[in-house]
Design a protein around this ligand. Structure first.
Ligand SMILES: NC(=O)c1ccc[n+]([C@@H]2O[C@H](COP(=O)([O-])OP(=O)(O)OC[C@H]3O[C@@H](n4cnc5c(N)ncnc54)[C@H](O)[C@@H]3O)[C@@H](O)[C@H]2O)c1
Length: 326
């Protein structure tokens, strides 16, 4: 009988550091050839977008599919959220669905976790670094949480065009992490001070001037993931060592990478590695403290599948959730 896990159940059992561990293992499986990761399937019904994200991780024994929908008229027409997601976790031995869980919080944590893993391998190693977060929404909070696990941060800056979003971010994250979280008045304030930058906005156009990013910075770019939208300008892509979550996703979905290629500023070989190659040591990470490293995240189903298996195992251990006969 499948186990049903609500959003609150998922929040109850899912911790960022555990999620970073399983996401790192998932990228190791991708590099070692034991992960099956078909490209996301997109269907566009008249009112929205429906995405199907399946994957299988052999070593982890994790098989699942996330279904995510983005329906922009949901709030006004149906009093429902724009983005809704559920994960169906299967038993790889029988194929049967053993758990259906909410996918909203899980998506945010796994998106933070992959940036955390990238930061662990790519950022400079010194203590007391400063994080700068662009965007103050759901994903941005998880980006800072993960950065604070990957490195010992002295403080963080946040820049958002919304006063309310920035205020809520500062209140929640300063108490959660126990560090000073300060509102940046301009994007430049982050570029001048931050050692680790995360971009997690809904902007379809570049949010800062890449020529001003200082040497030695590490950047996680997670916000845009369609060919025509980008948060990062051509200059920051050109001058960084770029690591993809997946080459294929970056070359087919990411405007941050595809637009500079279309402009002729870079070619495909500018992608130095994917994250699996970095965590398994197949390709070198940062070469020195002056290099700018940039991780481009599009969001892969292996992150969802690894995280869903973790959530299921923890829920079983704690006796959380409800089983139903289908
Ligand atoms: N890479 C992935 O795996 C992944 C996963 C989930 C979501 N996302 C993407 O992450 C982005 C953020 O998602 P969210 O759920 O946090 O959205 P959200 O709406 O909660 O937050 C986005 C924030 O960006 C701010 N913003 C917009 N333009 C800005 C600008 N120019 N400068 C600074 N702030 C700006 C908005 O005011 C808002 O507070 C979206 O583009 C989403 O599609 C990526």
């Amino acid at each position: 009988m499948p186990l049903i896990l609500t959003r609150d159940n998922v929040i109850n059992v899912l911790e960022m550091s555990d999620c970073m561990n399983v996401v790192e293992k998932a990228f190791t499986e991708m590099a070692n050839g034991t992960a099956v990761l078909p490209l996301r399937i997109n269907i566009t019904p008249p009112d929205g977008l429906s995405l199907y994200m399946p994957a299988y991780l052999k070593e982890m024994g994790a098989l699942a599919c996330k279904v995510v929908t983005v329906y922009k008229n949901n709030p006004s027409k149906h009093d429902m959220p724009t983005t809704i997601g559920k994960v169906l976790l299967q038993d790889p031995e029988t194929g049967d669905v053993i758990c259906i869980m909410d996918g909203g919080y899980l998506t945010a944590v796994r998106t933070g976790a992959v940036s955390g893993v990238a930061t662990k391998y790519l950022a400079r190693k010194d203590d007391g670094q400063i994080a700068g977060i662009f965007g103050a929404g759901v994903q941005a909070k998880m980006q800072l949480w993960a950065a604070a696990i990957a490195r010992n941060l002295s403080k963080a800056y946040v820049y958002d065009i919304s006063d309310d979003a920035a205020a809520s971010f500062i209140a929640e994250m300063s108490s959660k992490l126990g560090i000073d979280v300060i509102r940046a008045e301009t994007p430049d304030q982050i570029l001048e001070t931050a050692d680790i930058i995360c971009t997690a906005t809904s902007s379809p156009t570049p949010i800062f001037d890449g020529s001003k990013v200082k040497a030695g910075t590490h950047i996680n770019g997670i916000g845009s993931h369609t060919p025509a939208a980008r948060e990062l300008d051509t200059e920051i892509i050109r001058k960084s060592k770029v690591i993809a979550d997946s080459y294929e996703a970056c070359l087919k979905e990411a405007g941050d990478i595809m637009i500079p290629i279309d402009e002729g500023a870079i070619d495909k070989s500018h992608l130095h590695a994917d994250l699996g190659e970095i965590v398994t040591g197949k390709k070198p990470a940062r070469s020195d403290d002056n290099e700018i490293t940039l991780f481009k995240s599009n969001g892969l189903a292996i992150q969802d599948v690894a995280t869903a298996k973790l959530v299921y195992d923890r829920a079983i251990e704690k006796g959380i959730g409800q089983t139903v006969e289908i």
